[in-house]
Each structure stands twice: as C-alpha cells, then as structure tokens.
Ligand binder design. Structure first.
Ligand SMILES: *Cc1c(COP(=O)(O)O)cnc(C)c1O
Length: 431
C-alpha cells in the first residue's frame, strides 16, 4: 500500500483510516471525496513539530488553501497550530466562516483588485504578500484610509528551477508572480515599500515550485534570498525578520515516487539557514513555509462507481466511472499520475490492462491510462488515491454534473463535511 492509513479488510475491501470504502460509498454515495482527518493532522504535525524544534521561535507552517478549501477544514488547521495562505476573498471568507483567526491569514495573489484589498483589510487579515509595486501603492492607500499600518511580505523570485513541471514551476525569473531579484527590480521594490507610511515590511516571500522531493532547491533559494537581504541591509539599513519560503514538498502519487522526509528536510533547511546567517553575521529570521499538497494530498481518496467496460478491439479497454475531469481535472490538464485501486476486490489479480475514463463529453476526460486492474463489472468501486489536493478545489460543473460530497474521517468515524450538490444548486444563481 502507498500509505499506512490504507488497508485491506477480510472482505477484500479497501479501508481508509480503518473504514471500509464500500460502506462509505454505500452510505454517502459516489463519486465521493474521502478525507482522512487523522492523516491531515499527522501531516500538519510533521511540519509544526520539526519547525518548532529546528527553526527560530515564531516559525510556522501556513496551509495553502488553494490545495483544499472548505469550511470544515479550518478548525482542524487552527487546532493544529497552522497559519493559512489565502489567494482570494472567497478563500478568506471560507477560512473565517470556518472560525479561523484573521490575523493568522496571509493574503497572496498577483492581481488583488481594489475590492479584494479593502475586503481583506476590513476582515483584519494579518499579512499581505505583496506581488508588485502597483499593489504596494494601492494597499498603502487603503491601509492609510483606515488609519492602519498593514504588515506585509514582499514576493520576490529567486530564479530557481527546481526541475519540476513547467506548469507548476514559479521560481524562475520569467513568470507572472513576484518581482525578480536578478534584474535589480526586487531591490527597487523593497526600497519603495520601505517608503510607504502605512506598510510594515517584515520580509520576503518566494515560492519556487511544486512536487519537490528534497531540501536542496529550498537551500538554493535561501542562499539567493540571504545574499539579497545582506545587500539591502548595507544599502537600505533594512533587516529581514521573516523569510517565507513558500510551499512545494512533494507527495507519492505512485509507488515509484520517493517518500519525502519532511522533518529531515526542515532540519537540513534550518541548518543551512543558520550556517548562512552565521557566515554573514545576519540575524536569524523567522521562517514560514506554505505546504499545500503535502498536508492534504495523501489524506484524500476519491471513490467512483464503475459504469461500464468497453474494449476497442485492436486498441485498448476503457473502464468508465461516474465522475471524471469535473471532480479531478489533473490528468486532463497535465497527465498527473495516480494510483487507482479496485476498492471492492482488492484481493483479485490485477490482470486487466485498461484506461479509466470519466463520464464527460471530452475525449481527454481520463483519470489514468494503461493501468492494471482486475476484470471490472458495472457497479464495482474504484478508488483513486492521493486526491486530497487540487481536486475538490479544481472541480467544475461541466456537463452539469453535481459536485461530489466530501466526508471527513476521524478516529474511525465518518462525517459529512460538504454535501453533494443538487440540481437546485446548479441553477441557484440563474435568474
Ligand atoms: C501553490 C502554492 C503553494 C502550495 O504549494 P504545494 O505544492 O501545494 O505545497 C504555496 N505557496 C504559493 C505561493 C503557491 O503558489
């Protein structure tokens, strides 16, 4: 098994957090997003404990809400001592509706509208992560109008290529997020920020990419950020208190993916930072990390009912499921690998080569191609693993399919956290 919270019971059924996947689908329907809350909590603790142990006091992981965002997640994050990243007023609203403290929110985004900025200020969002000089001026203006001094981090791009997919690689110079260090623009950005009366610049943010398996690219980013910080200290007399190194640690989608040692990487990163600061005589900044995927991905499983099996003679066989790119667009978007399991016949020999297709009217609506399953029949249950991140949040109503329900599992009990959409929901906004 890919993870220790998955198992097989005496009926040959997949278990998630000790609960029978077939029972879950029977009770809550399919397709179904299943999220093992115990696993989410354990993933949070890998960060909070290691950062608490190895990094300067006040260092903290912030959960990146774009990976998974619904009300019921935020009490869990709060209890686990996580901060949270938000990228839109909708995410702010959701976090606050879930009882999350606004001062623990960090507001991202490369195009915050005037409405977004004012909404976030009025809600008391703790930090803005400012993407560019135009936002700086606008935020300064609106903070001033409220008689406030708003804490900010400035997003800079260190120009690192962590050798991941182009589509999820944001540390390179040529990208639409942040201001590049190499061109000198970031230095000007910081200098300008320091002149803003209503902003308090605490430090920098950088996000180098996603699905990263070791500490090395983060250490490279630290080197670049420290050199940059040192330079600015000499020129502007500004000392960084906070370095936010972004998210990006990877997860196992398939057996062939490596296991990421999060605490080990955090320790390596902390030691690298300490050595770098000591060598420069630079005061040790607090560290923020922004894990999304590595907090929720492996805690999620999507359950689908099989509708049919179709063999195109001389070509291949398709197994069709009652969901698809509407609940998980990641294979259609960038051929993301997944592990697919026959949840109701785990002990049967997997001798059937097939591709799993969704039910949407798109030939690209595939969940995975050329995998081995047992012979499938209508009514069988398929489980797609590692769907806790970037599935629920990327879902759509294409073909007017209703979005699945989401159940959370805690200590052997399941509870509905997001109900399945209804047809009425589909037309709710339509006048
Ligand atoms: C996407 C993103 C994250 C989270 O990345 P993961 O790979 O899910 O850990 C964190 N910070 C920023 C700025 C991001 O864009």
């Amino acid at each position: 098994m890919l993870y220790e919270h998955l198992g097989i019971n005496e009926k040959g059924h997949l278990t998630i957090g000790g609960l029978d996947a077939v029972d879950l689908a029977a009770e809550f329907g399919a397709p179904l997003y299943v999220l093992d809350e115990d696993r989410v909590r354990a993933n949070c603790r890998r960060y909070t404990q290691a950062m608490g142990q190895y990094m300067p006091a006040g260092s903290q992981p912030l959960f990146a809400g774009k990976a998974l965002c619904f009300k019921g997640l935020y009490p869990v994050l709060k209890e686990e001592g996580m901060g949270a990243d938000v990228v839109s007023p909708g995410e702010i609203y959701t976090a606050l509706a879930g009882g999350f403290p606004p001062e623990q929110l960090y507001f991202h985004g490369n195009n915050k509208t005037d409405e977004d900025i004012q909404y976030a200020l009025d809600q008391g969002v703790g930090h803005f992560i400012v993407d560019n000089p135009l936002e700086l001026a606008q935020l300064n203006h609106f903070a001033g109008a409220r008689g406030r001094r708003q804490k900010v981090l400035l997003r800079v791009t260190p120009g690192i290529d962590p050798h991941t997919l182009q589509a999820i690689n944001t540390g390179r110079i040529d990208c639409q997020f942040g201001v590049p260090i190499e061109t000198g623009q970031a230095a000007a950005f910081v200098a300008e920020a320091l002149t803003m009366e209503h902003l308090e610049v605490e430090g920098f943010h950088s996000h180098i990419g996603s699905q990263i398996f070791e500490a090395e690219p983060f250490c490279d980013a630290v080197d670049i950020l420290l050199n940059f910080a040192q330079d600015l200290r000499e020129k502007l007399g500004f000392t960084v208190q906070v370095l936010n190194l972004g998210g990006g640690f990877g997860v196992r989608y398939q057996e062939s993916d490596p296991q990421v040692d999060i605490p080990g990487n955090i320790r390596a990163l902390a030691e690298h930072l300490e050595t770098g600061c000591a060598a420069k005589g630079y005061p040790l900044p607090r560290i923020l990390l922004e894990p999304g995927r590595s907090i929720v991905a492996d805690a999620g499983v999507t359950l689908y009912q099989v509708g049919g099996v179709k063999t195109i003679q001389g070509y291949r066989s398709y197994v069709t499921v009652n969901g698809g790119m509407t609940d998980n667009p990641r294979y259609a978007l960038y051929q993301s690998p997944y592990t697919v399991l026959p949840a109701d016949r785990m002990d049967d020999p997997a001798d059937f080569l097939c591709s799993v297709a969704g039910r949407c009217c798109e030939s690209g609506d595939l969940i995975q191609e050329n995998i081995h399953l047992p012979q499938m029949q209508r009514g069988d249950l398929l489980a797609v693993l590692t769907t806790g991140a970037y599935n629920f949040t990327m879902a759509s109503n294409y073909n007017r399919l209703c979005r699945p329900a989401l159940v959370m599992l805690r200590e052997g009990k399941a509870r509905l956290a997001v109900r399945r959409q209804t047809f009425e929901d589909l037309t709710a906004c339509e006048l």
